[in-house]
Write a protein that binds this ligand. Structure first.
Ligand code: GTP
Ligand code: MG
Length: 223
């Protein structure tokens, strides 16, 4: 496991999951306009719209930059950060990999393949599509059972639609404490949701470091 960890070219990997057409690919491209996606055009319109569906994965890279640890900071696409990196000299910089997966249930094997080294999860649900709530629950159950204890932020997407139900209702429908309501087309809202997760990831890292220190120190305490 340690060997695999050393292969990482980023600080945190965020796994972006959720049912078919929930908005995973959209959110990743909103955060990183240079993200790449392996997808195909759909033969038929879905809910009156011509769309694409992910058959492989989405891959985006962003930087989380902060002046101090207790700041919320900014989320900047990696390419933009590299162009303007002098501006962030002296800031705390973390690189985030955003890994989106297909929402169609039969692509479970792809979702399984993309899990390695995940630090946190964004679980996206379409607030305007009650027909997909069953699939959302199935994907949430699959996510929780494969990752165990891992920070998850649930997102009630498509809040811009007139037929969207409010985030607290989406939370009840999928059986979680709360969801963050947004539109995956709104960059600021996507950044805020990602930062919410990153803050949770940092709490876990601090906790793990403290436990490791305790483990290293404990043999000496008994001498
Ligand atoms: N109105 C609205 N439409 C959205 C929003 N987010 C995504 N969409 C639309 O929903 C459709 C599906 O979006 P995708 O981002 O491809 O969804 P996905 O979760 O990646 O879908 P799969 O790859 O098929 O699992 C597209 O037509 C998007 O334009 C949103 O916040 N508001
Ligand atoms: Mg997709």
């Amino acid at each position: 496991m340690l060997g695999l960890r050393r292969l990482k070219s980023y600080d945190y990997k965020v796994y972006v999951t959720g049912p078919f057409q929930a908005g995973k690919t959209t959110l990743i491209h909103t955060l990183d306009p240079d993200a790449m996606s392996v997808e195909r055009d759909m033969k038929e319109e879905y809910r009156g719209e011509k769309s694409t569906t992910t058959t492989g994965f989405d891959l985006g890279r962003v930087m989380w930059v902060r002046k101090a640890v207790d700041h919320m900071g900014l989320v900047v696409p990696k390419k933009e950060y590299l162009r303007e990196r002098e501006e962030y000299s002296g800031w705390i910089v973390k690189e985030i990999e955003l890994r989106g997966v297909p929402g169609q249930l039969h692509f479970k094997f792809v979702r399984d393949t993309m899990r390695m080294n995940t630090d946190g999860v964004l679980m996206i649900v379409d607030s305007s599509d009650s027909g997909m709530i069953g699939d959302a629950c199935a994907i949430l159950a699959e996510t929780v059972s494969s990752f165990g204890e891992i920070p998850i932020v649930s997102i009630a997407n498509k809040q811009d639609r007139h037929d969207a139900v409010p985030p607290d209702q989406v939370a009840i429908l999928i059986g979680v404490d709360k969801t963050t309501g947004l539109s995956a087309k709104n960059r600021e809202a996507c950044k805020d949701a990602l930062i919410l997760l990153l803050k949770d990831l940092e709490k876990v890292s601090v906790q793990e470091t403290a436990e490791n220190v305790e483990e290293i120190q404990s043999p000496f305490q008994h001498v």
